[in-house]
Design a protein around this ligand. Structure first.
Ligand SMILES: [Zn+2]
Length: 87
């Protein structure tokens, strides 16, 4: 990378890695400097961030935890509750 940080926009890969937190420190430093000056890249990063969040937390519901089973939502123990609601 050469020149002033505002001269080169962040690449798609670079932004993606930055959003995922896997970009190396040097590159992340330059990118952060550029982001301070470039609203265009700020917007792209925000959009990418939203996209990554959507992938991690799908709106289809909670991810089942293996080995934990499904919590039972049956009637409380004891016959009093069942009797009251049967009549
Ligand atoms: Zn930019």
């Amino acid at each position: 990378m050469a020149g002033n940080p505002w001269e080169a926009h962040a690449g798609e890969d670079e932004l993606e890695q930055y959003a995922m937190g896997v970009l190396d420190e040097t590159a992340a430093g330059s990118l952060e400097e550029h982001l301070l000056l470039c609203t265009g890249c700020q917007k792209r990063l925000a959009e990418l961030d939203e996209f990554l969040k959507a992938i991690r937390n799908p709106a289809t519901g909670p991810i089942p935890v293996p080995g934990k089973g499904t919590p039972q939502k049956s009637a409380p123990p004891g016959s009093a509750w069942a009797k009251r609601h049967a009549e």
